[in-house]
Design a binder for this molecule. Structure first.
Ligand code: ZN
Ligand code: ZN
Length: 164
């Protein structure tokens, strides 16, 4: 997977020219890593699915990329105020519109990540109150009553699982 030249230019102009770009394959599970920064190895990895759809969600892509660049600029600071200041500075500089980022992240989740979760699901649960479906990449171990809806805390019902 290739990154556009402008991504590398951005790394250079933001003072982390020694960094390279890589790809993370996260997707299909309930937690999807959109980007990650390894400051010892000096590599920023972007999510494969976000790269593939970057033209459709340019603000979501840029926001994730800048988030990781801020980590590269502020190694070992996690998400503390120093990191936050660096991130905010980048957001201002590149004119990121928070509302667009939020809307695109939401769409990316609905249109891309949710489809991946459906595709890779090995087990499907349902909240009995809202009929909301939850897709799991791995089959949950029993006892069942441990799994509760995150929204209403009802005990989830299993509706489907892959045949062994
Ligand atoms: Zn982070
Ligand atoms: Zn519920």
């Amino acid at each position: 997977m290739k990154f556009p030249e402008k991504d590398y230019c951005l790394l250079k102009s933001e003072g982390v020219p020694e960094y390279t770009m890589g790809v993370t394959n996260s997707g299909g599970g309930n937690q999807t890593q959109l980007g990650v920064c390894f400051y010892r190895k000096k590599i920023i990895k972007m999510n494969k699915h976000l790269i593939l759809h970057r033209d459709k969600y340019p603000n979501a892509y840029l926001s994730t990329f800048l988030h990781e660049i801020a980590h590269a600029q502020m190694p070992r600071e996690n998400h503390n105020w120093r990191w936050k200041m660096a991130f905010n500075k980048l957001k201002m500089k590149y004119g990121l519109d928070e509302n667009k980022v939020k809307a695109e992240n939401k769409l990316f989740n609905e249109e891309v990540l949710k489809e991946l979760r459906k595709k890779y699901a090995k087990q499907i649960w349902k909240c009995p109150m809202s009929d909301k479906l939850i897709y799991y990449k791995k089959i949950k171990k029993y006892p069942v009553h441990r799994y509760r809806c995150k929204t209403c805390k009802s005990v989830m019902e299993e509706v489907w699982r892959v045949e062994k």
